[in-house]
Design a protein around this ligand. Structure first.
Ligand code: T5A
Ligand code: NA
Length: 223
């Protein structure tokens, strides 16, 4: 009976990486690809800025509100918990979810601010664990020159808005990269995200197809 249930479960595929590493672009492309193969699939993202909690997060990220580092950490986590039952029912009903950022972003970004690593992990415990985490790897220096370049364009285009969101600075991104490294486990696969967009896409496709044959189709618990 267990096997029957698990056979029809969708896969939980998470994309992680530093800011501007290409997660959103790649989740769109992976979505189209899996749809094209006839898989029931949806693309999700965290933070989900559409919920009440998500709107608080969005205001914080745009520097429109101030929050204690612990409080914003718990909001990011709450934003995942408020989607948990829907996430589980989608997976159980056979829909694969491609999720743009998840608990790992939560832990990596907050611990990079100096919060205790174990404290950061605690509220994530019990959320559905991904079958596959695709880490879009790109050196923080490259990310920051892209961010500055985009900032200059924005500044030219609309005056102000320079620097983008709160976390887009080199030293901070370096710390985030180190925190991500501490979260790696067997479900992770690093992808070279410094390549042209189509080449990154190809790596992701290959990884998803290859791993989909080996997914352990049980409901996992994030440790
Ligand atoms: N956060 C998030 C927490 O602190 N805790 C949490 O629990 C969570 C979930 C916002 C912030 O919140 C933090 C992390 C973040 O700092 P967000 O809304 O996901 O999170 O951030 P966004 O700003 O939407 O997205 P990113 O900045 O992370 O960008 P992406 O999605 O990685 O990159 P993408 O695809 O938008 O691409 C950026 C640009 O690069 C180009 C694209 O066309 C685009 O212009 N590009 C490429 N160019 C050249 N070569 C390639 N291979 C390219 N791929 C993309
Ligand atoms: Na994004």
């Amino acid at each position: 009976e267990n096997n029957q249930k698990s056979d029809s479960r969708g896969a939980l595929i998470v994309l992680e990486g530093l800011d501007r590493s290409g997660k959103t672009s790649q989740s769109c492309r992976l979505l189209s690809y899996l749809e094209g193969l006839g898989h029931p699939v949806e693309s999700w993202r965290f933070p989900d800025r559409n919920t009440g909690v998500g709107q608080m997060i969005s205001a914080y990220l745009a520097n429109k509100s101030q929050l204690d580092d612990h409080a914003i950490h718990l909001l990011f986590s709450a934003n995942r918990w408020e989607k948990r039952s829907l996430m589980e029912s989608k997976l159980r009903s056979g829909t694969t979810l491609i999720v743009d950022r998840y608990s790992f972003s939560g832990v990596a970004f907050s611990s990079a601010k100096g919060l205790d690593f174990e404290w950061c992990k605690a509220p994530e415990m019990g959320l559905p664990a991904p079958d596959l985490v695709l880490y879009l790897e790109i050196p923080p220096e490259v990310i920051c020159s892209i961010i500055m370049f985009v900032g200059e364009i924005r500044k030219a285009a609309e005056r102000g808005g320079y620097g983008g969101e709160r976390y887009e600075q080199l030293e901070f991104q370096k710390k985030v990269a180190r925190s991500y490294q501490m979260l790696y486990d067997a479900s992770w696969k690093a992808i070279d995200a410094g390549l042209p967009i189509e080449d990154v896409e190809k790596q992701l496709r290959e990884m998803v197809i290859w791993r989909s044959q080996t997914f352990d189709l049980k409901f996992l618990v994030l440790g």
